[in-house]
Design a protein around this ligand. Structure first.
Ligand SMILES: Cc1cc2nc3c(=O)[nH]c(=O)nc-3n(C[C@H](O)[C@H](O)[C@H](O)COP(=O)(O)OP(=O)(O)OC[C@H]3O[C@@H](n4cnc5c(N)ncnc54)[C@H](O)[C@@H]3O)c2cc1C
Length: 432
């Protein structure tokens, strides 16, 4: 008798954790065929992308090869990009697979499923702002992060020649004062210091200028005022120019224009203001919200189809009065845990459990300078405020926990050891 096929689309923070758990349970016992589809061949944990963008993280050390991982964890990996859905036939459509030169490797294909899990993540939301698509970098995928890093190094190199300098100081504008923008600002200052130490910057031109621009009255609007104030003070001490209550109405090649018509001269722009689910989701035969997120019940089942689930950033899951689960790695991780149980319950014809999000707190990393945040939050308490060494250790442990969920304890321990050794063996940043 054929066993059911569970297809997970997207091997990110949520999807890869889910495939690993289901592989270890249903896949290993041959109770279900677990298939993970991703447009990339490797996984990089998304909260590390700002480090990849500045070169502080060398992706080859931290990326997980889907093929190797799948064979060790009893699921099957398929390389491809979802671009359509036929719910009546329980089939998904995959776009043609192209190589780096845009030659077709595989034609458009179909893949059947018994249960489908959408875990496609999100992309930056430019809210249709003029010039952003052409003149801003986005840091939504490893490819985009690497493209920014190449551009950044080249800009630094150009500044070694006074004739080629656009402005007095190399200036980077970051739009969006959420965690991504804040962490990127601090990483950029650290990166410029390292680039100077490695001789990439001109000796008379050691610093960069970073403008962080946020439309809300304070940065990190989703976190407590205390965290937001502390982080702003730290950033300003480092030399970041923080603009709050400032919208951007247009991006141009070497400048950002604010809602008041003020011009901020820049060499590079990054757009990190808000997220939305990939736009093609709104064209599938599923109910979505204004951010293209698939509307799901608390069981994570689509409101239209009990055989289709959505999780992580691409899902809109109700949570309490009028609110939904926030787009966070910890939410995707918790949903993967619940869904791994619910899919087993489904095969056993048992009722499914509802997802309840537990906010364990938030930590914001300011590169090697500092980290700030709160832990052990609950509905009754605002959690324990952390800063400095302890917060930096707690922040690093978040990635270790992700590694633990996809590799298990022995491999995570080895990865930690290799990271420590590489601090002595390799340069502290990727320089090409
Ligand atoms: C710079 C940065 C820092 C962050 N820091 C934090 C933090 O400190 N704490 C926190 O909780 N959250 C943080 N986040 C948010 C967090 O990364 C996301 O909420 C989380 O990764 C969402 O997980 P996901 O599984 O939904 O999607 P993702 O992890 O984004 O994974 C989506 C996967 O889907 C694949 N995919 C996309 N489209 C297709 C397609 N059409 N076909 C096939 N595959 C596809 C992608 O290749 C990817 O592997 C940060 C985000 C960024 C960008």
């Amino acid at each position: 008798m054929a066993i059911p096929r569970i297809v997970i689309v997207g091997g990110g923070a949520g999807g890869l954790a889910l495939a690993t758990r289901l592989g270890r349970t249903l896949g290993k016992k041959k109770r279900a065929e677990v298939v993970l589809l991703d447009r990339d061949t490797t996984h990089v944990w998304k909260p590390l992308l700002h480090e990849l963008a500045t070169g502080v993280l060398n992706s080859s050390m931290d990326e997980v090869d889907f093929r190797g991982h799948s064979s060790a964890h009893h699921y099957r990996y398929q390389h491809g990009s979802l671009n359509g859905l036929d719910r009546q036939r329980k089939v998904i459509h995959l776009a043609p697979l192209l190589d780096d030169d845009n030659n077709e490797v595989l034609p458009a294909r179909e893949l059947t499923y018994d249960y489908l899990v959408l875990a496609l993540g999100s992309v930056s939301n430019d809210f249709g702002t003029k010039g952003v698509a052409d003149h801003c970098h986005f840091i939504d995928s490893p490819e985009q992060a690497k493209a920014f890093q190449r551009d950044m190094i080249n800009t630094f190199l150009r500044y070694t020649d006074p004739e080629l300098r656009q402005h007095k100081e190399l200036t980077i504008g970051i739009v969006g004062g959420g965690a991504t923008g804040v962490e990127l600002s601090a990483e950029l200052l650290d990166a410029s210091r390292l680039l100077n130490a490695y001789g990439v910057t001109a000796t008379d031109h050691q610093t960069i200028s970073v403008h962080l621009i946020e439309a809300a009255p304070r940065i990190l609007p989703g976190l407590s005022e205390r965290i937001s104030e502390t982080v702003q003070q730290e950033l300003e001490k480092m030399g970041v120019a923080v603009h709050v209550g400032t919208t951007i109405q247009e991006a141009q090649q070497y400048q950002l224009v604010t809602g008041d018509g003020e011009v901020i001269e820049t060499d590079l722009n990054v757009w990190a203001a808000g997220i939305k689910a990939p736009p093609f989701l709104a064209e599938l035969d599923l109910t979505t919200n204004q951010k293209n997120q698939v509307n799901v019940h608390q069981t994570l089942q689509s409101v239209d189809d009990p055989h289709i689930f959505a999780m992580g950033d691409c899902a809109s899951c109700p949570q309490g009065e009028g609110s939904t689960v926030p787009p966070r790695a910890q939410a995707a991780h918790q949903q993967a845990k619940l869904l791994a149980k619910n899919l087993v319950e489904l095969l056993d014809n048992k009722p499914l459990k509802d997802f309840v999000y537990r906010d364990h707190g938030s930590l914001v990393s300011l590169a090697r300078y500092d980290a700030v945040g709160s832990l052990m939050r609950s509905s009754a308490s605002r959690g324990l405020f952390l800063e400095g060494w302890l917060a930096r250790r707690a922040y690093a442990s978040l990635y270790r926990m992700h590694q633990l969920s996809i590799h298990g304890a022995p491999k995570t321990g080895l990865a930690w050891l290799v990271d420590k050794l590489n601090r002595y063996l390799k340069p502290r940043m990727k320089l090409h």
